[in-house]
Ligand binder design. Structure first.
Ligand SMILES: [Zn+2]
Length: 190
C-alpha cells in the first residue's frame, strides 16, 4: 500500500527525509520543539549508524523514525539481495535506537516498482508518499518559495514532504505551522 494522503480527519503530517544530519538536525529539532509538533523522520540507516545520538534525540523528543533505506540508492537498480539488505539494515539501525522495527517506509527518489513494494509489504512496512510538496530540493529556493509551495498544495489531510538539510523548509515551517497547528495529526492507515 502506498499512502499519499493521510486518513480522513487524521490531520496534516510532517515528514523529513535524509537525516540524521549533524549540521541541521539539532536546529530542526529545536524548531519543532518550539512549534510543539512531532514529525516523521525518514532516516538513512548508514547516517543513523554514524550519528546514533542524533537519531536518539529524535526518538526521545517523540518523533517517529521511519525507513528510507541504508545508503539511499535507487532501489529498482539493485539486485533482490541488495534491495533486501538496504531495507533490513535500515530497519535494524532504527530498532537499535527505538527498540522496535519501523512501520513506515519511503523509497529514495520515490523510485519504486512492484518488487520493491512486495518487499516492503513482506517486511511489514507501509510506503509513504506525500501530498504537500515543499519542493525544497529546487535549486536556489528560498524561505518564501517553500512557504508559497506549502500553502499552494496544502490540503486537510496532507502529508508534507521536506528534507532535514533544508534551512528554507525549516524557516517556512516556522511560519506556517503556527497557523496550521490545530490541523496537525499523526500518520494513519486509510
Ligand atoms: Zn531521500
Amino acid at each position: 500500500m502506498i499512502i499519499t494522503q493521510n486518513k480522513d480527519n487524521a490531520g496534516i503530517v510532517l515528514t523529513f527525509d535524509d537525516g540524521p544530519n549533524p549540521e541541521h538536525t539539532p536546529e530542526l529539532l529545536a524548531v519543532l520543539d518550539d512549534l510543539g509538533v512531532t514529525a516523521y523522520f525518514f532516516v538513512v540507516g548508514k547516517a543513523v549508524k554514524e550519528r546514533p545520538e542524533l537519531a536518539k534525540a529524535m526518538h526521545d523528543a517523540g518523533h517517529v523514525l521511519c525507513n528510507h533505506s541504508f545508503t539511499h540508492p535507487k532501489l529498482t537498480t539493485l539486485s533482490p539481495d541488495e534491495r533486501r539488505a538496504e531495507l533490513e539494515q535500515c530497519s535494524e539501525a532504527i530498532a537499535g535506537i527505538t527498540g522496535e522495527a519501523p512501520q513506515w517506509f519511503r523509497p529514495p527518489y520515490f523510485d519504486t516498482n512492484d518488487e520493491v513494494q512486495a518487499l516492503v509489504d513482506e517486511l511489514g512496512m507501509h510506503c509513504v508518499n506525500c501530498s504537500i510538496r515543499s519542493k525544497d530540493t529546487t535549486a536556489d529556493i528560498d524561505t518564501h518559495g517553500v512557504e508559497a509551495n506549502l500553502r499552494e498544495t496544502k490540503n486537510r489531510d496532507g502529508i508534507i514532504l521536506c528534507h532535514e538539510w533544508s534551512k528554507p523548509s525549516r524557516d517556512a515551517l516556522a511560519r506556517v505551522i503556527p497557523e496550521w497547528k490545530a490541523e496537525m495529526g499523526r500518520l494513519s492507515l486509510p
